[in-house]
Ligand binder design. Structure first.
Ligand code: HEM
Length: 312
């Protein structure tokens, strides 16, 4: 099942962009009557990125916009992405993945804080009164692509054509080719408990060495649990875009997790094993130190879809 990099109207939003130094993640719900402003804001994203980003070509400003299941029909009526549904809560004996409200998702990234800030501010100015912002997270890259647990994050992400195959909808849903599903969760870490572990114990939780980032043979580790094979034996892949965030003065240390996927079924399978456990694996030991506080699923339509929005 290949998906050649789409062109023309099915050109993706910048889903495949490499991780940036800074990101702002916005999740909002649309107020009754706010649909018109929400449509206008979605239609204006590409132009706003050009306006804010063009004077700073080295800033690498980009923005991915997504729409939640309940909002889709309110905004566009008509046909829906085949697999768009609300985030499915997972409640296990030890771990809980909540499903939290989200109609609009903006993933803004750049090399500079000011560019992300300026774009977020302008988008939200246009949405004032039309939406309630449910979450606003300012995230950053930390040392050499590490998370706040001190481990390198993102190593096994697919790149190039493999990233497009993992993240972008292809001919299986022709009206939404070039789109992507964004599964979004905000995690808070118990860094005191984590730091109390010996480095060797931390490495067994993650499945990699901490300093040198080498793979370990660590059954039951986070890495092991998330190496998922399909019926044909090929690895099922997602494109992760996780970024650290935090406010040390508030005791807040977290990871903002985004999985871009061609089908939401793949990250959902991973989540079920992580939170509930599966035959012979899980739950994920990482969750003893990481608590999910939000969970939403969005569809990120192609850039062409946003340029020419269908009627509601
Ligand atoms: C791998 C951290 C949540 C899926 C990794 C690695 C780290 C990590 C350090 C190893 C290096 C790498 O390949 O990136 C975290 C943290 C999380 C988190 C701190 C949140 C607290 C999740 C979730 C999913 C997931 C929610 C799935 C829905 C994966 C996958 C891999 C991975 C697929 C690559 C496995 C392989 O080696 O093939 N993660 N992760 N992670 N994680 Fe996570």
């Amino acid at each position: 099942m290949t998906s050649p990099l789409p062109s023309g109207e099915m050109l993706p939003q910048p889903v495949l962009n490499p991780p940036a130094s800074v990101a702002v993640f916005l999740v909002a719900t649309i107020e009754p009557g706010g649909e018109g402003a929400a449509r206008e804001a979605l239609g204006s994203v590409a132009g706003l990125v050009r306006s804010v980003g063009f004077p700073s070509p080295d800033g690498g400003l980009g923005c991915v916009a997504g729409v939640g299941s309940r909002a889709w029909s309110r905004l566009f009526g008509g046909r829906r992405p085949a697999e768009l549904h609300p985030f499915r809560e997972l409640a296990g004996p030890r771990h809980h993945a909540p499903s939290t409200p989200g109609d609009l998702f903006f993933h803004i990234r750049a090399a500079r804080t000011d560019l992300c800030f300026a774009l977020a501010a302008e988008l939200l100015r246009r949405l004032r009164g039309a939406v309630t912002v449910r979450d606003e997270t300012q995230a950053f890259s930390y040392f050499d692509s590490r998370n706040l647990l001190g481990f390198v994050d993102g190593t096994e992400n697919p790149v190039g054509q493999a990233a497009a195959d993992a993240a972008l909808v292809g001919d299986e849903d022709p009206g939404f080719r070039g789109g992507s599903y964004a599964l979004v969760q905000k995690y808070l870490h118990d860094v005191d408990a984590w730091d109390a572990l010996a480095v060797e114990a931390q490495e067994k939780v993650i499945g990699r060495t901490k300093l040198t980032n080498l793979e370990l043979d660590a059954p039951g580790s986070h890495k092991d649990i998330n190496t998922v094979l399909g019926p044909d034996g090929a690895e099922l892949r997602i494109l992760r875009s996780a970024m650290p965030f935090g406010r040390p003065g508030h005791g807040e240390f977290g990871t903002y997790f985004v999985a871009y996927a061609r089908t939401p079924g793949i990250p959902e399978t991973m989540l079920r094993t992580m939170f509930l456990g599966g035959p012979g694996s899980g739950p994920d030991p990482l969750l003893d130190y990481s608590r999910a506080v939000t969970g939403s699923l969005f569809f990120v339509p192609s850039a062409g879809f946003l340029d020419d929005l269908p009627g509601s």
